[in-house]
Write a protein that binds this ligand. Structure first.
Ligand SMILES: [Fe+2]
Length: 296
């Protein structure tokens, strides 16, 4: 495998994170080795087996519609033919995590950056930064969904605006991405389901997020989410539950974020595991059902 061009590590509010060269690169597909295709195959087969009944149906259906399979690492160009036709998004190859503003600018232009390299076999169960499997398998299926696709673009545009408001606003907006795009749950007629890419690309968290009694599952509220700290080194203490992707889109594009940042400036951040009296907490009822406080 070629070597990704990591520039340096930077200390941020997410801890020490790698920063990579920002150039858009062509996916070096011909250079993937057998062991890398095998890592893709094993990860794909493992997640595909546990996600039906756990991931939302839109994710499962679009994974199939994209033509991804266990056979080999997908070619970005082949996926792009489906994506462009469905929602006008396209994938671009990158070396790894991007600076925030660069990332926001890509999203605002309906370009989703995908890390071209895949984890090593010894990183099979856990990798601390996004690799190709996380980015492709985790993120791309929902970019086929028109409402979610519009949310992602609106989020990117909000990020570009937030970059002029300062670090606190950027941190608040990053929490929104974290608790929706990466670690979101969705309430469906069949019960709670996963849609966040950080969950669907992880065997352990796919099970934990839905079945463990430990984490809080709280109804989505924009400012509540933007105040809530998160953990990057362990499974989440709290998941936020949306009623549908329309809820995300409307929460993000309707308000001008500037008044929200001003409102949040006067309020302290909320620890990752704290529950407030105003939260709609989802509890598992008898049988398989989940319900929030106040729901009949
Ligand atoms: Fe991600």
């Amino acid at each position: 495998m070629q070597t990704p061009r990591r520039v340096e590590h930077q200390l941020t509010d997410k801890g020490s994170v790698p920063v990579y060269a920002t150039a858009v690169i062509e996916q070096p597909w011909a250079s993937y080795e057998a062991v890398e295709h095998d890592t893709w195959r094993r990860l794909f087969e493992r997640q595909s087996a546990i996600l039906p009944g756990r991931a939302c149906q839109e994710f499962v259906d679009n994974l199939n519609a994209l033509g991804m399979d266990a056979e080999a690492i997908p070619k970005f160009e082949a996926l792009n033919r489906h994506l462009r036709a469905a929602t006008g998004w396209e994938l671009i190859g990158v070396e790894g995590l991007l600076p925030e503003l660069t990332f926001f600018e890509h999203l605002a232009a309906r370009r989703f950056p995908v890390t071209w390299w895949i984890r090593r076999p010894e990183q099979f169960d856990y990798i601390s930064e996004p690799d190709l499997f996380h980015d492709l398998f985790g993120h791309v299926p929902l970019l086929m969904n028109p409402v979610f696709a519009d949310y992602m673009q609106a989020y990117g545009a909000g990020g570009v605006r937030a970059s002029t408001f300062g670090d606190a606003s950027l941190a608040e907006l990053t929490r929104l991405y974290w608790y929706t795009v990466e670690f979101g749950l969705i309430a469906t007629d069949d019960g709670l389901r996963i849609y966040g890419s950080g969950i669907v690309s992880s065997k352990g968290e796919s099970i934990y997020a839905l079945e463990s009694p430990s984490p809080n599952r709280i109804g989505f509220d924009l400012t509540r989410v933007m105040r809530t700290r998160y953990r990057i080194d362990t499974f989440q203490k709290t998941y936020f539950v949306i009623d549908g992707f329309e809820q995300l889109f409307h929460a993000t594009v309707d308000p001008d974020f500037a008044p929200i940042y001003r409102e949040l400036a006067a309020q302290p951040a909320i620890p990752a595991g704290q529950v407030l009296a105003t939260d709609r907490v989802y509890q598992r009822g008898s049988g398989q059902g989940w319900a929030a406080d106040g729901d009949v």
